[in-house]
Design a protein around this ligand. Structure first.
Ligand SMILES: [Zn+2]
Length: 79
């Protein structure tokens, strides 16, 4: 019983910690290509890369980068 409670606490703690993890502009920039690629393929990058999505929500600079990338790709290869 004691072990079970401890495990549960650890899971709760790790979940809490995961939520606090944020990526910076550099990490976002590295993943934004993949993010756009997934978007264009009809995937759900916001579910697969929630941290990138989260960063894009709060960082105007990276959001601009994302939008520029999308328009560049669409100009190059319209779908
Ligand atoms: Zn950023």
């Amino acid at each position: 019983m004691k072990i079970k409670e401890k495990t549960l606490l650890e899971v709760v703690n790790s979940l809490g910690m995961t939520k606090e993890v944020e990526i910076g502009c550099e990490d976002c920039f590295k993943k934004v290509d993949q993010f756009v690629e997934m978007l264009r393929e009809g995937g759900e990058p916001d579910k697969i890369m929630p941290l990138v999505q989260e960063h894009l929500n709060v960082c105007a600079c990276c959001k601009e980068e994302l939008e520029a990338l999308i328009s560049a790709l669409e100009a190059e290869d319209p779908k």
